[in-house]
Design a protein around this ligand. Structure first.
Ligand SMILES: N[C@@H](CCC(=O)N[C@@H](CS)C(=O)NCC(=O)O)C(=O)O
Length: 234
């Protein structure tokens, strides 16, 4: 039997997932799967990083997961055991998913943060990838502190404000959210924006709509609650 999944966060607050199950005669029937049937294990380092967008969505949906943090000292030993020798890794009912983009998109579907059609989905991807691009410009692995500082300062006063202006145009075109409904694009923007604000507190002043949007997502009650308790801080 073939199953195709789609999310359906019910209005009564009970999380469930619609799986479309192909019957032997070729028709599809809908099977509601309780969220509690998903056994999720998210594996990452002790710090907050590429897995955080997924964590925000899981918190919003109230989904439980096993939070596995690999201590840095143990990583050399663990690294060869991971499918792509890197983290994050998500395990779902015995399946292993690597690559943060794939994890974000899977969790988005599970938690109701995906687009409602293919265009919304593609646009959410576009925003999310732009946020990933911004984050990837930082010299994360540069060991020379002086060089790191110089590159970071140049980014924060040059190419990053330019990208933020472009994102603000996308937001203005999209309406209340980037793509017409709350999606992982909004969470990706919040996540990147929070990091940028930590680096330069006035970085969003030139893009006030983007800043307002970030605050709006931060203030969604279940997200605000997660931000106040998460390891690594708000
Ligand atoms: N393309 C991968 C990159 C993953 C990645 O760079 N992970 C880093 C942490 S953010 C890592 O595992 N570093 C340790 C290592 O490479 O040994 C993704 O998006 O998940």
């Amino acid at each position: 039997m073939r199953e195709i999944s789609g999310n359906n966060n019910k209005k009564d607050g009970k999380q469930s997932q619609l799986n479309f199950v192909r019957q032997p005669e070729g028709r599809f029937c809908v099977k509601r799967i309780s969220m509690s049937q998903y056994r999720l294990k998210l594996i990452y380092f002790p710090h907050m990083g590429r897995e955080e967008i997924a964590r925000v969505m899981l918190a919003y949906a109230g989904m439980e997961y096993e939070d596995v943090r690999i201590p840095y000292a143990k990583w050399p030993e663990m690294k060869p055991t991971m499918p792509f020798s890197q983290l994050p890794v998500l395990e779902v009912n015995g399946h292993t998913i690597c690559q943060s983009g794939a994890i974000v998109r899977y969790i988005a579907k599970l938690c109701g943060f995906n687009g409602s059609d293919f265009i919304q989905e593609a646009k959410a991807d576009m925003i999310c990838e732009c946020c990933f691009d911004i984050m990837m410009r930082f010299p994360w692995t540069e060991e020379n502190e002086q060089k790191k500082k110089e590159v970071t300062e140049k980014l924060l006063s040059g190419s990053i404000p330019d990208s933020l202006k472009q994102l603000e145009v996308m937001l203005t075109n999209g309406g209340e959210y980037f793509v017409g409904k709350l999606t992982y694009a909004d969470v990706a923007l919040m996540n990147a924006g929070q990091y940028l604000l930590e680096q330069k507190e006035d970085i969003l002043d030139a893009t006030p709509k983007l800043k307002e949007h970030l605050r709006k997502i931060e203030n969604i009650p279940s997200i605000a609650k997660w931000l106040s308790v998460r390891p690594g801080g708000k």
